[in-house]
Design a protein around this ligand. Structure first.
Ligand code: BGC
Length: 766
């Protein structure tokens, strides 16, 4: 068939399209249509304003009926501008629980529902792709973006991400699983070289992405800013072609993270590596591709391969279908989903029996802590969301019929008003992530005079102290002021506990933080501790649901809470080594500042509980931990060893007096053979439905033999060594209820030899 001038893109004419497109059109399609973020210095096609505040676009080619597609951040909801010029209409989006909260549900079906609601808002706001889920591992508790990510464990990361992706894509829009790969720090993220063994890369940092690719087929993947073993991810053939497409069979597109032209990385190298879309896109990149082909440096076949993938992506999008977006998502329905999912992701860390508050025993609460009144629904940076409202603690308690102290409300509200003005005045112009449009800021806690605390004791039945932490894109967290408590917070906990305990009244601490904080030094003081994370815009309601027992907590930690942040094995190499490398901050300052040139992953596979459990180190709260208002009994499990998989089943019974859900977590100890093994690794999990007292449920979990493998660098293969494997089933990595063993035969699977380190690494051994 010959193409005439009228022929337009269809799902079934991609071959013809490739023939009809000029080199210029092909090059254009591989370069983003510029975005609002960087629009001042990168405007390519004028599509930037399609949806105000969206992060970027893929360019339109009207001659061929190729529409622009719109890419919006993610991942906790749709990040677009809430207001637009020339209209009173607002464009708020539901703020759903952040990644660490969602993962703490260990409930893939619930996460799928959240994904679907997010996908729906993406579509109704006329966007085609949500830039999430964030899937990097919690290598160290100080990473600024841990809140967006799920866990220190790759299996949990992969399963939660796959559920989120399935949910989003069910709505006929796409995701961008990010940041591929090994982007577990913010410090110098655009230049740092992550030096890592092939084994740790395959088993830990890439494994979650592998699971998500195999189980949920993401439309797009975002290549990270950093280098891996000397080469930028964005131009890394080993990563984007050998591993992602050849080993895993990925069929979708890869886009860059938002950098444009990179020093030392030609756009043509990115095209060759298998990177299909340069974001946010600059005209010079189009030119570079055209000239690359003309000069013979870039093969036309490489361009055609990427263009084909772009066209295959475009024909799936709402923009291509001309979907009539309503700009009017169902906030009421989505509020219910966010409220429920947050309540299920919140983790009860301590309870001496004071919770739940039943039968209106608690009528009035003294509410302390700045974030009780200025609740943090999510983190900062591109991962922030602009919700129509945020239910804070005050409002959440009031909705549950519980009064709060007016004196404290007045003190804190006045302080917050003052702090906002002061912060605006002091904010550093170069720190883009401190701008209001990139999320809510955290103001320092204020001291509350002990006399004022004493005055509250008389009228209140209990005290709540909210300890808030904010973090986000662009900076890692500060050990002393962000992981540890500051003196004002410490004093507040001590003084409130002393005053309330003197008259036998309880104190509850709510942790309103996207990631781990120090607890060991103060956790013995309050009666109960709830880690509420940053639970989205219904946060205060979700917390009240748990306090009052309307919902029984069933969230479980997806990362270890260490006694000190420095207990993690990655500490020595987080955020990496300084040398005489210098770079310029992406925004602002023209003065070169010293950078962290590389990060040696010397801890290798010993990340999170793999380290703490193997090296037997004490922790504040172990991986998988979370309390309930009821108790559960686990039966003796049954095991069936098949040729390709091990099937385990276990019956969980609610032995307490209120209904609740429990997670069965399967930790496998492999035989020590040719390859060193961590003490145990999470290989499967399942959550019960809401079980009534005395009710039981049998959970069946299948572990493919392939999933028991370690990565054998010498043979470039996955290797499950023959021998006896022990399966520990419990409700945390350190609370095992049942154990059994099974003999497994050897399994091997050859893969590409990719991402080899270019210098020796001094790896931690047990
Ligand atoms: C972030 C991405 C984000 C993109 C677009 C980048 O700086 O790393 O996570 O999706 O900006 O806003």
């Amino acid at each position: 068939m010959t193409m005439n001038a009228q022929t337009k893109l269809r799902a079934d004419n991609i071959d013809e399209m490739l023939k009809a497109m000029t080199l210029e059109e092909k090059a254009k399609l591989l370069v983003g249509g510029a975005n609002n973020f960087f629009s001042a210095n990168a405007v390519v096609g004028g599509e930037a304003d399609l949806v105000a505040g969206a992060a970027g676009t893929s360019p339109a080619i009207p001659r061929l009926g190729i529409p622009a597609t719109v890419l919006t951040d993610g991942p906790a909801g749709v990040r677009i501008n809430p207001t637009r010029k020339g209209t009173d209409k607002t464009y708020y989006a539901t703020a759903f629980p952040i990644g660490s909260c969602l993962a703490s549900t260990w409930n893939t079906e619930l996460v799928r529902q959240v994904g679907q609601a997010i996908g729906n808002e993406t579509k109704e706001y006329r966007c085609d792709v949500i830039l999430g889920p964030g899937m990097n591992l919690h290598r160290n508790p100080l990473c600024g973006r841990n809140f967006e990510y799920y866990s220190e464990d790759p299996l949990l990361t992969g399963k939660i991400a796959a559920a989120y992706i399935q949910g989003v894509q069910q709505e006929g829009v796409g995701v961008s699983a990010k940041h591929f790969a090994i982007n577990s720090q913010e410090t110098d993220r655009t230049s740092v070289d992550e030096r890592v063994s092939q084994r740790a890369a395959r088993e830990l940092y890439l494994r979650g992405f592998e699971i998500a690719v195999r189980e949920s087929d993401p439309w797009t993947i975002m290549a990270s800013y950093n280098k891996i073993n000397g080469q930028y991810s964005m131009g890394n053939y080993d990563l984007l072609t050998k591993i992602l497409r050849e080993d895993w069979g990925y069929k979708g597109i890869v886009m860059t993270d938002w950098i444009g032209i990179r020093e030392g990385l030609p756009t043509i190298t990115e095209v060759q590596a298998g990177n299909d879309l340069m974001e946010p896109g600059q005209p010079a990149q189009i030119q570079e591709i055209i000239e690359g082909v003309k000069s013979g440096k870039l093969a036309m076949a490489d361009v055609d391969r990427n263009v084909r993938r772009m066209l295959e992506y475009i024909v799936k999008t709402p923009s291509f279908r001309n979907y009539p977006a309503s700009n009017n998502p169902d906030f009421v329905a989505h509020a219910t989903i966010t409220r429920q999912s947050a309540a299920e992701g919140i983790v009860l860390l301590k309870n001496n029996g004071t919770l739940p508050w039943k039968d209106e025993a608690i009528k009035t609460v003294a509410l302390f802590g700045e974030n009780s009144y200025d609740f943090l629904s999510g983190g900062t940076g591109s991962g922030c969301v602009h919700p129509p409202y945020v239910v804070d603690m005050l409002q959440g308690l009031e909705n549950a019929g519980i009064k709060s102290s007016p004196v404290l409300t007045n003190i804190y509200r006045k302080y917050i008003e003052f702090a906002k003005v002061k912060f605006q005045a002091e904010r550093h112009p170069a720190k883009w992530y401190q701008r209001e449009e990139f999320g809510q800021q955290k103001y320092p806690e204020i001291a509350i005079n002990p006399i004022c605390i004493d005055n509250e004791v008389k009228d209140a039945d209990a005290a709540i102290i909210t300890i808030g932490r904010q973090a986000g894109e662009g900076v890692d967290r500060d050990l002393n002021t962000e992981f540890n408590l500051i003196p004002e917070e410490r004093a507040l906990i001590m003084d409130v506990c002393n005053a309330f305990h003197a008259v036998g009244k309880p104190v509850i601490v709510i942790i309103n933080s996207g990631s781990v904080i120090e607890t060991a030094s103060w956790s013995s003081y309050p009666d109960a501790i709830l880690c509420a994370w940053q639970p989205g815009m219904e946060g205060g309601n979700s917390i009240a649901d748990l306090l009052t027992g309307k919902v029984n907590p069933s969230g479980k930690l997806t990362m270890t809470w260490p006694i000190a942040a420095t207990d993690h094995a990655s500490t020595k190499n987080f955020p990496g080594q300084l040398d005489d490398y210098t770079f310029q901050m992406m925004v602002g300052s023209s003065a070169p500042i010293p950078g962290h040139a590389y990060t040696n992953h010397e801890e290798d596979i010993y990340v999170g509980y793999r380290y703490f459990d193997t090296f037997r180190r004490e922790v504040a709260y172990p991986f998988g931990f979370g309390l309930s208002y009821t108790t559960f009994a686990f039966s003796q499990p049954k095991v069936k060893v098949g040729k390709d998989a091990v099937t385990l089943s276990i019956t969980v019974k609610n032995t307490g007096s209120v209904s609740g859900k429990e997670v069965a977590q399967v930790y496998v100890a492999a035989p020590q053979g040719k390859l060193e093994k961590p003490a145990q690794e999470l290989k499967a999990f399942a959550k019960t439905r809401e079980l009534q007292p005395d009710e039981s449920q049998t959970l069946t979990m299948t572990i493919p033999v392939r999933d028991l493998a370690s990565f054998d660098e010498a043979g470039s293969q996955w290797l499950t060594e023959a021998g006896t494997y022990t399966f520990h089933i419990g409700s945390s990595s350190r609370d095992i209820h049942a154990t059994l063993s099974a003999k497994i035969a050897e399994y091997t699977e050859k893969v590409n030899n990719a991402l080899a380190p270019s210098q020796p690494l001094h790896l931690l051994k047990h």
